[in-house]
Design a protein around this ligand. Sequence first.
Ligand code: AMP
Ligand code: GLY
Length: 418
Amino acid sequence: MNVLVIGSGGREHALCWKIRQSSSLEKLHALPGSDAMGKICDRVDLEMSDFENISKYCLDNNINLVVVGPELPLSIGVTDFLAGRGIKVFGPSKKGAKLEYSKEFAKEFMKRNGIPTADFRIFSEPSTAKMEIKKMKFPLAIKADGLCAGKGVRICFEEREAIRTIEDFMEKKVFGASGERIVVEEFLFGEEASAMAFVDGENVLTLPLSRDHKRVMDNNEGPNTGGMGALCPINIATETFNQIQEDIIKKFALGIKKENIDYKGIIYAGLMLTKNGPKVLEFNVRFGDPEAQAVLPLIENDFLSLLYSSASGNLRQEKLKLKKQTCLTVVLASKGYPENPETEKEISGLEDLENSSEVMLFHAGTKFKAGKWITSGGRVLNLTVLGDTVDEARQKAYFAATRVKFEGMHYRKDIGLY
Ligand code: AMP
Ligand code: GLY
C-alpha cells in the first residue's frame, strides 16, 4: 500500500513510525511532514488546505490510504473532498469533525444519544449569559463553541470571573468567531482520562485508556497546554472500562449511524471519571497528541491493517493485540511554552537517542538546518519508552531527558505518577 499521512507534529511522526512497521507498506508520504519525518518518508510540499492538489498528488502516486493527523483539515472537509474523488481516507467527514469544532454540536449530540456528560446551557447573547450564570452553582466551566487551540475553556470559581470570561469570549472576541457562542457547564470532579477508539462507520475497537498531563507544570499547576506527557495504560477498574465502552463508545457508534454521519477514523473522548461514572468533557475526532505517542507503541497488530479496516468499514475482522507493558511519553518544551515559546535554539544530545533501542524519539517542533537540529515550536520532542512497570518507564524516560539540551528546555517531572 502507498500511504499519505497529513500533518507535521509529534503525533504524525509516531503515526509514520508505526505505519512503517507494517508489512503491507509500499511507500510512505507525509504532507507537509517535518524534517524528522522526512528521514522515514517522502515529504509533499503542499498546504493541508490545498485539496485540489492533494487529490491530484494522491491519484498520481497511487495512494491507497490517506491518514489525517490533525483536526483542522478534517474540519474544513478534506475527507469529503478526497472521498468524492475515490480516495480512501482515515479520518471523519466534515459533519463528523463538527463533534470537535463545535462544542455546542458535541453537547447536543451527546444529549440526543444518551452519552453521559456535564449538564450545560448554550448562549449566543452575552447579556443573557451574564444574567443566567447568576442563578448557577459555581464552579462552572465556560467554553467557546469553536476551535481555540486548546485555550477556549475557563474554569470559573465565582461570578466575577464568569462575567469576565463571557466578556472576553463574546464581546471582546479574543477567539474571534469561535467564541460568539458559548457552552456553560457544570463543573465535574474526578480524575481525567483519554479514551480513543477506531471507528469504521459502525463498529468500534477501543484502545487502552491513557492519561494526558495538560498543565505546564508539575502537580497540574500553571496554564493548560496541548499536553506535556502521557501514560498508557492507566490503572482503572475493569468495570469503569466496560462502562466507557458501553455508555460512551458504543453509544457514539449508534449515534453516528442514526444521524447519518460518515465517520471512519478515531474517536477520542476526553473523560472525567466522576463518582457517578465516566462523563465526556469533549470529543476530538483524531488521535490525541501526545496520547498517540504513548498508545501506538503498545499495539502489536499490523497498524496499517487497523487503519485500512477502519477506513473500509471492515473493523469487525480486527482484534486488538497489545503488549503487556506500560508506555510513557515525556514532552520537552521550549521556554515560554504555552504562551510565547522561544524557537531557533540548537538542540544537542539527539545522536545517542536516535540510535537507542530503548527510546522512541518523536519530533514535534524541530527542523534540521546546516547539519543541526533546531527548535521550531512550543512542544519540541517526545521521549517515549516502554517499561514493565510505570517506575521502570519513568526511569528510562527521565534518564533520556537528561541527555537532551537546548536553551530554555523544560519538562514535567511527574508524568506517570498519577
Ligand atoms: P476541554 O477542552 O473541554 O476538554 O477542556 C479542557 C480542560 O478543562 C479539561 O481537560 C478539564 O481539565 C477542564 N474541564 C473542561 N470541562 C470541565 C468540566 N465540566 N468540569 C471540570 N473540568 C473541566
Ligand atoms: N492531548 C490532547 C489533545 O490531543 O487534544
